[in-house]
Design a protein around this ligand. Sequence first.
Ligand SMILES: [Zn+2]
Length: 311
Amino acid sequence: MKTGYFTHSDYDLHITPAGHPEQVDRLNVINERLSKLDFDDLDKIVPPMGTYDQVTLCHPKEYVDYIKNSCPLDGSVSLDGDTHVNSASFNAAMRAVGSICEAVNLVVNRKLQNAFCASRPPGHHAEKAKPMGFCLFGTIAIAAKYAMKTHGLSRVAIIDFDVHHGNGTQNLVWDDPNILFVSSQQIPLWPGTGERHETGAFNNIINYPLNPDVDGQDLIEAYEKEILPKIAEFEPEMLFISAGFDAHVNDPLANLNFTTNDFKILTKLLCKFADTYCKGRVVSTLEGGYDLPSLRECVDAHVKVLMEHAK
Ligand SMILES: [Zn+2]
């Protein structure tokens, strides 16, 4: 089988104010690099628009309407200090939801082995009724609930290695005993949550704080010795990855020292785990990563590992 690569021109129309780190060029550099990969092994898929049925798996309809109605005809509106919408933002965020749900469909139905969604805006900071940190909808939490509701999976795990805590995903899966959420993040750092004692209503959340300046090897060792055995105990049937690459040493928004190779090794560990426990089912979606050359290299390495495990 193949790896699915999901992206869409709608994301280019979600334009943030000048100088904003979450910018259109993030996907341009990724798509430019991935266009050079071997498409015999990579299935490029144009994703469908997300639906209200999908997005309301995690958010009240009133909140979805609020985001839709906040998008101005012209210019840009700030929903908070970091999160901005223009006329195309609702469609872009809904497309990101449709993309990851279609990735779930194709992976569960064995049309694809695994998938990567190159989407914008990111999703892991959006809470039930609150946009936050560049994010409008909790894309990966929606996908996890969608996999269980639509395809009857019993338990799924979400791995979030973005340098910022996935507070939105945590908020959306807090009281769902069938979703294990594992998040590693620099602390102290915005948004300020993600301490070890935040464990969810059913011990279904594992937070792994990282001190500023640690290397990727620290997290890799933690996954090998401590985290993967805990995920194995949960027996997930599918693995979701919130793939943020802002723990990279060159990233301007944080202070960790991960290399591109660290992200490659981490992806390998997760894919190997999925091969053993989840029939190789992995759906990954882009979260952060703001140094464009590093982002390009990291996504390239991440997708190549997915492709190796799809063969
Ligand atoms: Zn981040």
